[in-house]
Design a protein around this ligand. Structure first.
Ligand SMILES: NC(=O)c1ccc[n+]([C@@H]2O[C@H](COP(=O)([O-])OP(=O)(O)OC[C@H]3O[C@@H](n4cnc5c(N)ncnc54)[C@H](O)[C@@H]3O)[C@@H](O)[C@H]2O)c1
Length: 248
């Protein structure tokens, strides 16, 4: 059986992709997988040094990857990058996200707003900015979570943002279908990245039938599928990639 990190085809050849939060973690895996399948990829992040270094590493491996500075929560930042994307975008991966935990009674308004600004409003701003640049046949992939389908004590702002992404995905799918643009969400379970603290992740893995974190490449394989014409009849879906967590 081939590894999910071994792309089977060049099925994204000629496609132009934009991945938010692409400097590290899952986003970096999405950039690498889309590029390895033939796409020209814009890697967008607030982390300039890490993002530029990752883009340079992939260019050295023969891929077409360009770093763009982007704060997804900032409307002006989206306006600034759209002027660099004049020839259009076929694939938008709304992946950037942040996490903090607090019981609702101890959550600060500032922290709540910051998380929703990045995880949810940032995704709305991305769809609003990029969809007008997308031709028919394009695909938008929004990264939600198992906590977009199931509640998680202590993850109030995060869970709220990830449930919101499911609603946003469905509305965008309905509105953009007439332009031939598909919009789907992925709900990863626990993934081994800088975001996932093993101490906090313990209970998640205990409730995961496959009993391990996902590798970022295992999420990237599904991103590439949803980006490609292999998923041409899928829109408005939320796809668990969670080791069975949501099957309980
Ligand atoms: N790690 C997990 O277990 C897990 C599980 C389910 C879903 N997710 C989701 O997957 C996505 C990727 O997370 P990850 O695990 O790779 O985390 P990560 O922290 O390793 O990576 C997140 C990336 O987003 C970038 N980012 C943060 N704020 C940004 C902003 N305002 N503008 C642009 N970029 C910004 C960061 O700089 C970083 O490169 C997130 O949406 C996260 O909520 C993660």
């Amino acid at each position: 059986m081939s590894s999910p990190s071994s792309p089977p085809t060049q099925r994204l050849s000629g496609r132009r992709a934009l991945v938010t939060g692409g400097a590290r973690g899952q986003g970096a895996a999405h950039v690498e997988r889309l590029a390895a399948e033939g796409a020209a990829v814009y890697l967008a992040d607030v982390l300039d040094d890490a993002g530029e270094a990752e883009a340079e590493r992939l260019r050295s491996a023969g891929h077409d990857v360009t770093f763009l500075h982007l704060d997804v929560a900032d409307e002006d930042s989206w306006a600034a990058i759209t002027s660099r994307l004049g020839d259009g975008v076929d694939i938008l991966v709304n992946n950037a996200g942040i996490l903090h935990t607090a019981p609702l009674g101890e959550e600060s308004l500032a922290a709540w707003r910051e998380l929703l600004d990045v995880n949810l409003t940032g995704m709305f701003l991305g769809i609003r900015a990029i969809a007008p640049l997308m031709p028919s046949g394009s695909s938008i992939i929004n990264i939600s979570s198992i906590f977009g389908r199931a509640g998680a004590a202590g993850f109030g702002a995060y869970t709220t943002s990830k449930f919101g992404i499911i609603g946003l995905t469905r509305v965008a799918a309905l509105e953009l279908a007439e332009r031939g643009i598909r919009v789907n969400a992925i709900c990863p379970g626990g993934v081994a990245t800088p975001m996932s603290d093993p101490n906090r992740g313990g209970p998640i893995i205990d409730d995961t039938p496959l009993r391990r974190y996902a590798r970022a490449t295992e999420i990237a394989a599904v991103v590439a599928f949803l980006a490609s014409a292999d998923s041409s009849y899928m829109t408005g879906a939320e796809v668990p990639v969670d080791g069975g967590y949501l099957a309980r």
